[in-house]
Design a protein around this ligand. Structure first.
Ligand SMILES: [Zn+2]
Length: 250
């Protein structure tokens, strides 16, 4: 099964759909500063819109985006771990709960305003569901004013690995004793481990959470809707590149 990275390409977008939205998730974990390694940690793309904190007694502490010391972050993280789906990756800056905000102008059928956040309108969701694609977990966004109807954020699970030949390059003597973090580089070029591919049609790349990966079938089902929406599907390599460019579909 081939996988494609969904990538923003505003130049391809049908000019009819020039709208956008402003919004943020209802809750989140703060960014964190570690007193031991002095790292300031915040990860983009770890969004779990289906997680509902409203029954948590300390729910209010998750409403404001901010940066805290590591201990405070760890306390807030530990309190929500039981509410997260199995297999979730959690890090400082994780977002939780539905998107809340408002639309302006005419939004496209598929909304990839940030590369790591995939929203679709109801008609597109129906196509994905009718095709029985896996990994499609819609959460209705509280984005008001969308002319095409309600918007659904797709809650994505982190999956996928780098191939053994192109693993992360870590710096320093090992993970920090306090936060467990360690600085690293992702080698270039990289390719995914074809022997452990994602098991779902739509996932977040666990190594780089800002990358949304869609199966070949998912890209086929979405077809023209992607192009109209200013989204291109770039094939994710499963082997070292032969030439300087990665394949683009369509
Ligand atoms: Zn640390």
């Amino acid at each position: 099964m081939r996988y494609y990275e969904l990538r923003r390409s505003p130049g391809h977008r049908d000019p009819t759909y020039s709208g956008g939205y402003e919004g943020r998730h209802q809750w989140g974990l703060p960014g964190a500063v570690c007193p031991t390694c002095h790292g300031e940690w915040a990860t983009l793309g770890l969004d779990y819109p289906a997680v509902d904190l409203s029954s948590l007694p300390i729910e209010r502490e998750y409403r404001k985006a901010r940066q805290t010391m590591w201990d405070e972050y760890a306390r807030l993280r530990d309190a929500v771990l039981p509410l997260l789906p199995a297999g979730a990756l959690v890090a400082p800056g994780t977002h939780l709960g539905p998107l809340v905000g408002r639309a302006r102008g005419n939004l496209p059928p598929v909304v990839l305003q940030e590369s790591w956040r995939l929203l679709v309108h109801g008609d597109v969701l129906k196509q994905l569901e009718d095709a029985r694609l896996t990994g499609v977990t819609p959460v209705e966004a509280r984005i008001s004013g969308s002319k095409r109807g309600p918007l659904y954020e797709l809650a994505l699970m982190p999956q996928g690995r780098l191939a053994p030949e192109c693993q992360l390059r870590f710096y320093g003597s090992g993970p920090c004793a306090t936060c467990g973090e360690q600085e690293y580089d992702i080698p270039e070029p990289w390719w995914i481990d074809a022997t452990n591919p994602p098991s779902l049609d739509l996932v977040r790349f666990a190594v780089m959470p800002t990358f949304i990966l869609a199966s070949e079938r998912c890209v086929e089902v979405l077809g023209e809707l992607l192009t109209l929406s200013g989204v291109i599907a770039v094939e994710v390599p499963t082997a070292p590149p032969l030439g300087p460019h990665r394949g683009v579909q369509p």
